[in-house]
Design a protein around this ligand. Structure first.
Ligand SMILES: O=C(O)CCC(=O)C1=CC=C[C@@H](O)[C@@H]1C(=O)O
Ligand SMILES: [Mg+2]
Length: 376
C-alpha cells in the first residue's frame, strides 16, 4: 500500500443539549478527520476526537501529532503479505499493532501511542479502513474473521428531571432499545434514587438498566449508592469510584448488587494491569478506542480480558460518525457480544447526518457488508 495523498480536516460537534456527567458537562466536541488515499485511489477515513478528562491529549496536541504523523505517511508503506491481515485480529501476529504499517517516524513510536491516543486512533483507523477495502472485507472481518453482523446498542438517557427521564426511557424502549444507561453521582443520592425509580417504573422489569458514576462517588458513597440503586435491578455500574483506586473497586465488588465495570481506569496502564490481575473484582471493561489509542490495541485488551473470564463492551467517546463506525466494527469483533455497546449518541449532536448505516435501528447496528469502514 502506498499513501499518495493525505488530508486533515477539523471536526466540531455541537451538542443539542449540554450533557451533564459527574466529571463535567459537554456542550461541544472538537476533533479531526484524517483521509488517506492509496495508489489505487481508495480513501481511508479515521477520526480523532480527544477526550482529555479521560486521559487523551488536548485538541492542540492532537492536531500537532496528526500533522507530524501525516508528513511521515508520504513514505511508501509496505503491504502486508497476501492473505495476511484477516482472521484473529490484533492477537494475530501478522496484524500486531506494532507491525501495522503505521507511520513510525520521529515520535510515532510506542511513546506517542500513549501520549496522543486520539491522533493514533485516527491514523490507525484510516489505515485499517484502506487495508479492509484492499482485502474487500468489512473492517470488522479484518479484525476478526468470525465478527458478528449485528451490534446491540444501549440508549444513553440524559434528561434532567425524573419525569423527563421516564419519558425519555419510554421513548427509547419504544424505539427498540433493551438496555438504558443513566448518569449518576454528582448529585444527592436521594435524587438518583428518585430518577432510577422513575425509569424502572416507566419501563418495567425486563429492560436492562446500567448506571455510570464517572468516578463521582467516594468509596463510602459508592457502597451506599450501589445498595440503594441496586434495589431497582442494575445490569452493571460503570466506574463507581475514582480511576486511580482499583483496591476500592475490589472492596466494593464484594458486596455490590451488580457487576462493576472499569471505564476511566483503563486510561491508566498500571491500573489496567491491576484489574486484569484481579478479574474476580471488576468483571467488565468499558472500551473507548479513542482513549486506548486505536481499534487494535483495544481489541488486544478485550482478548486479554476474555482470557481471564472478564467481559467487555465498546463505548463512544462522544465522537462523530466515523469514530462510532470504527467502534461498531470493533464491537462486532469482540470475543463476546453479551453487553450492549454505548454507540447510541448520535441524537446528542445538532449536525448528526440523517441516514448513515451506523445509526441504531431498533436498538441495534447492522454492520454494513461493504468493504472497509462503510462510511461515505
Ligand atoms: O456509553 C454510552 O452509552 C455513551 C458514551 C458515554 O456514556 C460516555 C462517553 C464519553 C464520556 C462519558 O461521558 C461517558 C462514559 O463515561 O461512558
Ligand atoms: Mg463511562
Amino acid at each position: 500500500m502506498r499513501i499518495t495523498k493525505t488530508a486533515l480536516h477539523a471536526l466540531r460537534l455541537e451538542m443539542v443539549h449540554p450533557l451533564k456527567t459527574a466529571r463535567g458537562t459537554y456542550s461541544a466536541r472538537e476533533g479531526f478527520v484524517v483521509r488517506l488515499e492509496d495508489e489505487e485511489g481508495r480513501v481511508g477515513q479515521g477520526e480523532a476526537m480527544p477526550l482529555e478528562e479521560f486521559g487523551t491529549e488536548s485538541p492542540a496536541d492532537c492536531e500537532r501529532a496528526l500533522k507530524e504523523g501525516l508528513n511521515h505517511l508520504e513514505r511508501s508503506i509496505t503491504p502486508l503479505p497476501p492473505g495476511e491481515g484477516r482472521g484473529e485480529g490484533a492477537t494475530d501476529p501478522r496484524l500486531d499493532p506494532r507491525r501495522l504499517p503505521l507511520p513510525l517516524g520521529e515520535g510515532w513510536g510506542e511513546g506517542l501511542q500513549t501520549r496522543t491516543p486520539a491522533a493514533r486512533h485516527a491514523v490507525e483507523q484510516a489505515l485499517l479502513d484502506l487495508e479492509a477495502q484492499r482485502r474487500n472485507v468489512p473492517l470488522s472481518q479484518l479484525l476478526a474473521a468470525d465478527a458478528r453482523s449485528v451490534v446491540h446498542v444501549n440508549a444513553l438517557l440524559g434528561a434532567a428531571s425524573p419525569e423527563a427521564l421516564a419519558q425519555e426511557a419510554r421513548r427509547a424502549v419504544a424505539e427498540g432499545y433493551e438496555t438504558l444507561k443513566l448518569k449518576v453521582a454528582g448529585r444527592p443520592l436521594a435524587e438518583d434514587v428518585t430518577r432510577l425509580s422513575a425509569v424502572r417504573d416507566a419501563v418495567g422489569a425486563a429492560i436492562r438498566l446500567r448506571v455510570d458514576a464517572n468516578g463521582g462517588w467516594t468509596e463510602e458513597e459508592a457502597r451506599a449508592a450501589l445498595e440503594a440503586l441496586g434495589r431497582y435491578g442494575l445490569e452493571l455500574c460503570e466506574q463507581p469510584v475514582a480511576p486511580e483506586n482499583p483496591e476500592a473497586l475490589a472492596r466494593l465488588s464484594e458486596h455490590s448488587p451488580c457487576p462493576l465495570a472499569a471505564d476511566e481506569s483503563l486510561a491508566l496502564p498500571d491500573v489496567t494491569q491491576h484489574i486484569l490481575k484481579h478479574p474476580e473484582t471488576v468483571g467488565i471493561l468499558v472500551l473507548k478506542p479513542m482513549v486506548l489509542g486505536g481499534l487494535l490495541p483495544t481489541l488486544s485488551l478485550a482478548r486479554e480480558a476474555a482470557k481471564r473470564g472478564m467481559d467487555a463492551y465498546v463505548t463512544s467517546s462522544l465522537d462523530g460518525v466515523i469514530a462510532r463506525a470504527g467502534a461498531a466494527h470493533l464491537a462486532a469483533a469482540l470475543p463476546s457480544g453479551r453487553y450492549a455497546s454505548g454507540l447510541g449518541v448520535g441524537h446528542l449532536f445538532k449536525d448528526e447526518p440523517g441516514n448513515h448505516p451506523f445509526r441504531p435501528v431498533q436498538g441495534r447496528i447492522q454492520i454494513p457488508r461493504t468493504p472497509g469502514l462503510g462510511v461515505n
